[in-house]
Design a protein around this ligand. Structure first.
Ligand SMILES: Cc1ncc(C[n+]2csc(CCOP(=O)(O)OP(=O)(O)O)c2C)c(N)n1
Ligand SMILES: [Mg+2]
Length: 553
């Protein structure tokens, strides 16, 4: 670190020291000075077509890199990243939102400055609701402390934070912080031991324990500890849709994604008949619980997250999830082997050879895509059929599946592929996106082309908002019908494939694997009535609610 700093240089150096190498965003006059400083720094600016794209790219970058940054201008840009920031908050992704803003002096002289909404702090108030910490850097003497404080909160809670930079502050010289040694509060070791004893007794007495591994294991860097726990105990494990790929899915103890009635029937039965559910870092969201079709009883559960520890009906206050899970490695849990393990559900059947001219189905498409995966593929799925049908794909590596499985904002997957490839250039994204979601995010193909990225984009073209049709249909679920395979002409890059039949799919995937110079886009035509069993069950469950509401009006 340098010995003297401005606000800009301090923030940039700090981000670099935390492992950030790329910043996603769109400039504007209030933030141009900061972009200029970024351009001359060791951080790389990835300017996207739209701020929402930058927000999703930063979220995905945070998910694979540990921290992501989006940088935008005041209000017109900031309010467009409100939605991606909300998603990052809901799904625990540490994204730093940096927004330019009118200078502190300008605010006094000209109150009606462009982009202002109601007051100068309107945007700040919005972001206070969407982040775990926020700050406006309006005093060079406290600037470093404020920057350190909010960055620390992002890392501690794995949630977004907001930093507003009034433009006249950027080159102000700052007072460097004096770093007192961080005090680490000793945990409640007696309480922890009691919790571990209770958990050990319960696990050892159980006939059929199952671990449900949640997304917090990934966010809090506990994936290696989880693998040790599996080895130590021999207990089988499932993930949730939000945590899918928290461990590699070809691990011998891994059974699949559990999501109540939405998952495969034999998997549902296996989990729900367990007499000891060990839920580690799972957010109990409605989608992860199969829209409340899950039957996970508290009296059979050990539940630990960053917020609480519950064993059956006993709540242990003030325990750390990390300490508890590390503790499980040290206690005497009986190792289960071979015959001790109730026979787990079998993997899927092999995909039949493609039949020339045969119309594609969702089932065939996902079987073929599953066969297409290799160790370097990262699957990024948008909400809709893309995400629900992908639940049963077998992901080869850790953190090689990303989807907004709780907040479920459309338009995530395509821009997310930019963030993922910037953070992990060795991975090739397979983007699964509905035609509706593509229409919300497709311009980011321009960013993909400009930065020479090479995702394979599968557009599930079912002529509209397929997820919604079984809930309640109308012309409002129709969308313009585009020729997605012609996108390479528009963007002057990449390759496009029109895919209607099984053999065309096989050919397109073969070509896509070979063509690594740019993006590939497959326009996959599906019958609008065709749905994966998971999506059908979800739509039925949600549809009942929508229709019941309509009746009661
Ligand atoms: C930003 C956003 N707007 C609206 C919705 C509500 N919604 C959920 S699924 C869906 C339809 C998605 O259509 P498409 O991307 O074509 O996927 P499909 O359902 O056809 O598989 C809509 C509109 C949403 N989740 N996110
Ligand atoms: Mg669709």
């Amino acid at each position: 670190m340098r010995t003297s700093h401005t606000v800009s240089s301090y923030l940039i150096d700090k981000l670099y020291s935390l492992g950030v190498r790329h910043i996603f965003g769109v400039p504007g006059d209030y933030v141009l000075g900061f972009f200029h400083a970024l351009e001359r720094s060791s951080l790389r600016i990835i300017n996207t077509c739209d701020e929402q794209g930058a927000g999703f790219a930063a979220d995905a970058y945070a998910r694979v890199n540990g921290l992501g940054v989006v940088c935008i201008t005041y209000c017109v840009g900031g309010l467009k990243v409100a939605n991606p920031t909300a998603q990052a908050f809901a799904e625990k992704s540490p994204v730093i939102v940096i927004s330019g803003a009118p200078g502190t002096n300008e605010r006094i002289k000209t109150p009606l400055l462009h982009h202002r909404v109601r007051d100068f702090d309107t945007q700040l108030k919005v972001f206070e609701q969407l982040t775990v910490a926020s700050t406006v850097i309006n005093n060079p003497q406290t600037a470093c402390r404020e920057i350190d404080r909010v960055l620390h909160e992002a890392l501690r809670y794995k949630r977004p934070v907001y930093i507003e930079l009034p433009r006249d502050m950027l080159s102000a010289n700052v007072t460097l912080p004096h770093h007192p040694r961080e005090k680490i509060e000793p945990g409640d070791t007696d309480g922890l031991q009691e919790a571990l004893n209770e958990a050990t007794d319960m696990i050892n007495a159980a006939k059929k324990p199952v671990i449900i591994a949640g997304v917090e294991l990934h966010r809090f860097g506990l994936q290696d500890t989880l693998l040790k726990l599996l080895e130590h105990t021999g207990i089988p494990i499932v993930a949730t849709l939000l945590s899918k790929s928290v461990i590699r899915e070809n691990h011998p103890q891994y059974l699949g994604v559990y999501e109540g009635a939405m998952c495969r029937e034999e998997l549902r039965r296996y989990v729900e008949s367990s007499d000891c559910l060990i839920l580690l870092g799972a957010l109990m969201t409605d989608i992860d619980l199969g829209v409340f079709t899950a039957h996970l009883e508290q009296r059979r559960s050990i539940y630990v997250s960053s917020e609480k520890l519950l064993i059956r009906y006993h709540a242990y206050e003030g325990m750390s999830m990390e300490d508890f899970i590390h503790g499980l490695l040290k206690v005497n849990i009986r190792r289960r082997e071979g015959i001790d393990i109730v026979k787990p559900p079998q993997p899927q059947q092999p995909t039949p050879a493609p039949v020339s001219g045969k119309q594609l189905t969702v089932k065939y498409l996902f079987q073929s895509l599953n066969d297409f995966l290799d160790d370097n593929t990262v699957v990024i799925a948008d909400p809709g059929e893309a995400m629900f049908a992908a639940a049963d794909m077998t992901i080869h590596g850790e953190t090689e599946f990303l989807a907004p499985a709780y907040y479920t904002s459309m338009g995530f997957a395509l821009p997310a592929s930019i963030g993922v490839q910037m953070a992990k250039p060795e991975l090739r994204p397979l983007v699964l996106v509905g035609d509706g979601a593509f229409q919300m995010s497709g311009m980011e193909l321009g960013t993909i082309a400009r930065f020479h990225l090479n995702p394979i984009i599968v557009v599930l073209n079912n002529q509209g908002y397929g997820t919604e049709r079984p809930m309640l249909d109308g012309t409002f679920n129709d969308i313009p019908l585009l020729r997605y395979s012609r996108m390479p002409e528009v963007f002057n890059a990449g390759r496009g494939f029109n895919v209607e039949t099984e053999d065309q799919l096989e050919e397109a995937l073969k070509e896509a694997r070979k063509y690594i110079e740019g993006f590939c886009i497959l326009d996959v035509h599906l019958n609008p009535e065709d749905r994966s069993p998971a999506l059908q069950r979800l739509s039925d469950a949600l549809g009942k609610r929508v229709k019941a509401k309509l009746k009661s009006q």
